[in-house]
Design a protein around this ligand. Structure first.
Ligand code: GDP
Length: 296
């Protein structure tokens, strides 16, 4: 299965939600536009995006006399794509680069680090992984499995060690080995959310100070959390000044629109997306292709 087909398959639930209203015979009336706006809100695009997109599309449809299912789908998909914040520097392509992955437990951070390490290896990029979630023993074990599978070195410390010291170690190892890409996994849960943000802010600032290469902070977020994901993203962005977002589990949800809401509201680029558990289901983000797969 090719790239576009995987994306289409992954986004099928989100697309089905939209298709309920896009199954129509002719009348593009007020009810149609109201239904469209409601569907976009239900698809978690957020009220503001849903309203702007619907208003613009209504004007465009009148101006260009768009009536057919095909014309409307294409216009909607193009209009939605314009809501995404464009990707400037891609921290996985523009090397050397050190990336800190943040996000709550279960979002898909470890899997993402593993997949990106594997991808870097396949592209012959010297890469090293840092395991800075020293609060959870299982996190290191899981990362170790990924590192081994990808044939990539993992630098970490024992449970309870200072996560910032792991960042020091891994940057040192990268310098020694000539690694051009440093991927650092961080903790997703502490006693309270403010403890977590404080700890992560410290890890970010130590890494920025220590790193000879540009440092990016990337949020990994689970699409199935819907609007909750948007407030989570805001909290992380306020505390850590994020550089980009990776949205996972777009395959398990009808709420694929959350990717649009996060990127637009926080003005953050979506760098990669996960549309399934296998390595091939992890893709570079392309707003046009994403919106075409979402709208159908
Ligand atoms: P972490 O706690 O943030 O490090 O999350 P993990 O990397 O351990 O991922 C949690 C679960 O989500 C694992 O079972 C992954 O296989 C699964 N997962 C990650 N990405 C995706 C995805 O894009 N789609 C699906 N369906 N599952 C995913």
């Amino acid at each position: 299965m090719g790239f576009a087909d995987r994306l289409k398959k992954g986004l099928s639930r989100s697309r089905e939600a939209l298709n309920e209203i896009f199954y129509f015979g002719g009348e593009v009336d007020e009810d149609f536009w109201e239904d469209l706006e409601d569907t976009l809100v239900m698809g978690d695009l957020g009220a503001e995006v849903a309203m702007n997109v619907t208003d613009d599309l209504r004007e465009q449809a009148a101006r260009e006399n768009l009536r057919t299912d095909r014309q409307l789908r294409r216009a909607l998909s193009e209009r939605l794509a314009a809501e995404f914040c464009p990707v400037g520097r891609d921290p996985f392509d523009d090397l050397p680069s050190c990336v800190l992955f943040v996000g709550i437990n279960g979002a898909g951070k470890t899997t993402t680090v593993g997949k990106l390490a594997n991808d870097a290896r396949e592209r012959s990029i010297p890469v090293v992984i840092g395991g800075a979630d020293t609060f959870r023993a299982a996190a290191i074990e899981q990362l170790d499995v990924w590192a081994e599978r990808a044939g990539v070195r993992l630098v970490t410390r024992d449970r309870g060690a200072d996560p910032a010291s792991v960042c020091y170690d891994v940057l040192e190892a990268a310098e020694r080995d000539g690694s051009e890409l440093v991927l650092i996994d961080t903790a997703g849960r502490l006693h309270t959310s403010s403890d977590l943000m404080r700890e992560l802010a410290k890890v970010v600032s130590v890494t920025r100070r220590r790193s000879p290469m540009p440092v990016s902070v990337v949020l990994v977020i689970d699409a199935t959390t819907g609007q909750n994901g948007l407030s989570q993203a805001k909290e992380f962005d306020d505390a850590l000044d994020l550089d980009g977002v990776i949205v996972t589990k777009l395959d398990g949800t009808a709420k694929g629109g959350i990717a649009v809401a996060i990127s637009h509201t926080l003005q953050l680029p979506i760098l990669r997306i996960g549309v399934g558990e296998s390595i091939e289901d992890f893709q570079r983000f392309d707003a046009q292709a994403f919106c075409r797969a979402l709208v159908g």
